[in-house]
Design a protein around this ligand. Structure first.
Ligand SMILES: Cc1cc2nc3c(=O)[nH]c(=O)nc-3n(C[C@H](O)[C@H](O)[C@H](O)COP(=O)(O)OP(=O)(O)OC[C@H]3O[C@@H](n4cnc5c(N)ncnc54)[C@H](O)[C@@H]3O)c2cc1C
Length: 435
């Protein structure tokens, strides 16, 4: 027992090892020493092939020595990364640069990838029904469906999106390109405005990075234009002093930041956004981000039991607190203190959950002290980058994760060196999840 406990306790740091390129070594270590007792034909169904789901699918295969049957359901043909997608808006990268196929997950790891949507889940019968009709039974279900936009939080936003007039592009893909085209079509001297919902939302620094990318494009191509950041929060929610310095120095006269601007409605015809308290704002390109909640399938299955928005989980295994054998990862969960909704964090959740699931199905003890890591890089132009990093440990007495005192930190200033780190982070995490 001690040996097993020791092996699984190591899983918290697997995130770091795997991101450093040792994924198969660590998986082999776990399985060759302690594996081989998963009941035959055990089925894990993964819903959503993003940062959480793709990583979990691969690591359940690795940690079980390929003994657990893993099926991944994802509607998109390929994985398109939200991290780095702001550079597509800035014009220095293309969608192809942030796209990875799912083929290696099947070829290298034996994950069965089905291009479909899960339309419903029956947690009692332990069956998921696909949008195309068939049902799939599971022993364990891993749910990582990302976020759902709460359109009703901003009146008129759903219709404006449907007409293609006011976009969000908070899921990288065709909308990212459509928003880029709006920026290209905007005359010099125009205004781009982004509204930010109250935290928590997907990727705390993401909107501020986006503002930098649009400003970088304007500075080079449309120098009379402006970027307005209309933030529902009291202040910049991530890397505040760093972003503010960049706006004041590098984008002086282009970027303007306004806090406590909670958007309530849009009028696409006049390009107007209304706020709870502040005056209306007009812009040529409006990029309005509604309040967010757990992915629709999680809400619909009744798993969003934290304020009807996010899914409470047992942080040792990421099992839902309302549905046995359903493990929720990534942006959909109710976060622990200091835990951001990020791709890196979803990847970390996935490894802890995969290890716990394999342990549980094999009759081993679940790691009682998992750890998580996070790093979020933000590009302030095409090359220079700032980061925030943290390490999170499970605190058994409080049944939650807490940031390890003194861990991580933030950059001193944007540098090209960190730009290299950011690209290496992206390539490594894409390979960690998908190769
Ligand atoms: C502009 C931007 C920049 C960002 N930058 C960073 C960054 O630099 N670093 C960082 O760490 N994070 C960053 N993030 C955040 C990161 O993208 C998310 O935190 C991460 O994607 C969360 O992973 P996830 O698995 O929860 O969701 P996702 O990665 O969104 O995956 C969810 C998947 O589930 C699928 N799905 C949904 N419903 C169903 C269903 N019913 N059936 C089947 N499949 C379904 C979707 O198609 C999707 O592929 C950024 C986000 C944005 C928007």
């Amino acid at each position: 027992m001690m040996q097993r406990r020791h092996l699984l306790r190591g899983t918290g740091s697997l995130g770091l090892l795997a991101l450093a390129g040792c994924a198969s070594d660590t998986g082999a270590m776990l399985t060759s020493t302690a594996g081989g007792r998963v009941p035959a034909k055990t089925r894990v169904l993964v819903v959503g092939g993003g940062y959480g789901g793709a990583t979990a699918a691969k690591y359940v295969r690795l940690f079980s020595g390929q003994q657990i049957d893993v099926t991944l359901i994802e509607p998109n043909e390929a994985f398109v990364s939200c991290p780095i997608s702001n550079l597509v808006l800035g014009g220095s990268k293309t969608l192809a640069d942030i796209t990875t196929p799912y083929t290696s997950l099947s070829r290298n790891h034996g994950v069965r990838v089905i291009k479909d949507m899960v339309a419903s889940i029956d947690p009692v019968k332990k069956v998921a029904v696909l949008a195309s009709g068939p049902s799939i039974a599971y022993d364990k279900l891993i749910l990582s469906p990302g976020v759902d936009l709460m359109w009703d939080s901003i009146a008129g936003s759903r219709a404006a999106n449907g007409e293609g007039r006011i976009l969000q592009a908070w899921q990288a893909g065709p909308e990212t390109l459509a928003l880029r085209r709006q920026l290209e079509a905007m005359p010099d001297g125009g205004v781009y405005a982004i509204t930010i919902p109250e935290a928590p939302y997907r990727c705390p620094p993401g909107p501020y990075e986006r503002a930098c990318q649009v400003a970088s494009y304007f500075k080079a191509a449309k120098p009379k234009s402006k970027v307005l950041i209309l933030d529902a929060n009291q202040d910049v929610t991530s890397k505040g002093p760093l972003f503010k310095k960049v706006w004041a120095e590098q984008y002086k006269g282009i970027v303007e930041y306004r806090s406590q601007h909670k958007a309530t409605a849009v009028d696409a015809k006049t390009g107007t956004v209304k706020f709870e308290i502040q005056d209306d704002v007009k812009a040529d390109v409006l990029n309005v981000l509604p309040t967010m909640r757990a992915g629709a399938i999680a809400v619909q299955t009744g798993l969003a039991n934290a304020n009807a928005r996010w899914c409470n989980v047992n942080y040792l295994s990421f099992e839902s607190t309302v549905a046995k054998d359903i493990h929720v990862l990534g942006d959909s969960i109710q976060v622990a203190p200091g835990m951001p909704k990020s791709g890196h964090m979803a990847n970390s959740h996935a490894k802890v959950a995969a290890a716990a699931i394999v342990a549980e199905l094999s009759g081993w003890e679940i790691n009682p002290a998992p750890m998580l890591t996070n790093t979020c890089y933000s590009f302030t132009d095409a090359k220079n980058v700032i980061h925030v990093a943290s390490v999170h440990e499970y605190v058994a007495a409080e049944k939650t994760f807490k940031t390890v005192a003194g861990s991580g930190g933030v950059s001193a200033a944007p540098t090209e060196l960190e730009g290299n780190y950011a690209w290496n982070w992206a390539r490594t995490i894409w390979a960690d999840a998908l190769a």
